[in-house]
Design a protein around this ligand. Structure first.
Ligand SMILES: [Zn+2]
Length: 427
């Protein structure tokens, strides 16, 4: 299938910044064949894209999709009360069906707000992966792993969940997998080493929460005599492709280690603020050359999976906190939400609109108040867009939402099943 997006305004890379350009985008199968003129391109379908803006599909580099069930049900609680007092007791009541429908809701929201790929941490065998596979989205899936020692039956079963999903969905080109040790406070050293052994055996990256709260750092220092970043560095985790979510509480030394080891960090500014964990040192991390992606975290602590909300908050919160309006720019935020996110997920062929890359595109309707007048459209993506402008989403050249219609999704059924589940769990 060859598709031509005719006369579209595209957000393109311009050195380490972005520019917009009116052009034709020629999609051949899964890939962007040409961006510029469509002369001589044989299109099966031509879409008139006047008044449309093509943005690289957004990459949500940290979320827990099934937790969309918990949206607006665990609010105004500090992180540890939120996790151990509220979220985990609800999680104990989840069935495989609940996990499936919660994930469907997450995928629906992500597509509607222009996300094309995400890094997920879940607590299921199969149900979450099945829901994602039906959505048309790309995902890197990690089963959240908690355990103590190499013989912990529960810990071993959770690792087996990862391998089961890899075997079952190995043929789906849009799905990849990582090992997902949850955090240093829900695993011990032996179990983390077991996770690393499995990552080496199967050639997988590692997805972990890191230095999210002050308590995590203080407990680590009293138990191990070093910071969480130093601890993971000492046990050799950063020899792997590692994606570390949050990284809120970092010392100068931690930032140097993350930069030197090439760790992909993911900032989750709304979740970190909402749970009272603070603001990551994003300006310092960027200046130090730390690879920084952007994630929403779950709808249980955000409370949306709308990347445009986090883009705006990422741009604004550091300006306010540092009293410096230039400290994090719209261009840096867009890069975190697209290109660096794709790299964090290990996807080298997406995250930017460039010939040869996969055709993963969010198309926004510019005939909306938030995009008018059409001044600086890169600034608009950070400072005025709210996500409702997204009307079409393309993944691997396949249109998975067109003019806000989603052929893969039964929206009413998703809402019905999620409400039914939450009435049982927390009614
Ligand atoms: Zn998380």
């Amino acid at each position: 299938m060859n598709t031509l997006l005719k006369g579209i305004t595209a957000v393109l890379e311009d050195g380490d910044k972005y520019k917009t350009e009116v052009c034709d985008i020629c999609i051949s199968g899964e890939r962007l064949e040409r961006i510029g003129s469509s002369d001589g391109f044989n299109a099966d379908r031509v879409i008139d894209c006047k008044d449309k803006l093509a943005v690289p599909g957004l990459i949500n580099a940290h979320t827990h999709s099934y937790m969309s069930l918990f949206r607006n049900s665990a609010d105004d609680l500090m992180f540890h009360d939120w996790l151990f007092g509220r979220i985990m007791p609800m999680e104990d009541k989840l069935t495989q069906d609940d996990l499936y429908w919660g994930t469907k809701l997450a995928c629906l929201e992500m597509i509607k707000t222009g996300t094309t790929a995400f890094l997920d941490m879940n607590i299921a065998r199969e149900a979450v992966t099945r829901a994602i596979s039906e959505s048309g989205l790309k995902a890197v899936i990690s089963r959240g792993l908690t355990g103590n020692g190499r013989d912990d039956k529960g810990g071993l079963a959770r690792i087996e969940d990862t391998l089961y999903d890899m075997r079952t969905y190995g043929d789906n080109k849009r799905l990849k997998f990582m090992m997902g040790p949850h955090a240093i406070y829900t695993t011990d050293r032996e179990y983390l080493e077991l996770c690393m052994d499995k990552a080496a055996e199967y050639g997988l990256g590692i997805n972990i929460h890191l230095s999210e709260s002050v308590k995590e750092v203080e407990d680590c220092i009293s138990e191990h005599g070093c910071s969480p970043v130093e601890y993971l560095d000492n046990i050799g985790m950063f020899k792997f492709h590692t994606v570390a979510a949050h990284c809120v509480q970092l010392s100068d030394g931690d930032i140097k280690i993350l930069a030197d080891r090439g760790v992909y960090t993911v900032t989750n500014p709304i979740s970190n603020a909402k749970l009272g964990n603070g603001f990551a040192r994003v300006p310092d991390m960027l200046r130090a050359g730390v690879k920084l992606a952007l994630g929403t975290d779950s709808a249980g602590s955000n409370n949306t999976l709308n990347m445009f909300s986090d883009m705006m908050f990422m741009a604004l919160c550091h300006k306010g906190q540092r009293r410096d309006a230039a400290t994090v720019t719209a261009h840096e935020v867009l890069r975190a939400a697209t290109k660096t996110g794709a790299e964090a997920l290990g996807l080298s062929d997406t995250g930017t609109l460039k010939e040869g890359m996969k055709a993963d595109i969010a198309i926004l309707d510019t005939m909306c108040p938030s995009l008018q007048p059409t001044n600086d459209l890169v600034a608009a993506l950070c400072y005025s867009v709210n996500g409702s402008e997204v009307d079409t989403v393309i993944v691997d050249g396949e249109i998975i939402m067109e003019n806000k219609n989603l052929p893969h999704m039964d929206e009413e059924r998703i809402y019905y099943e999620c409400n039914k589940a939450m009435k049982r769990i927390d009614g």
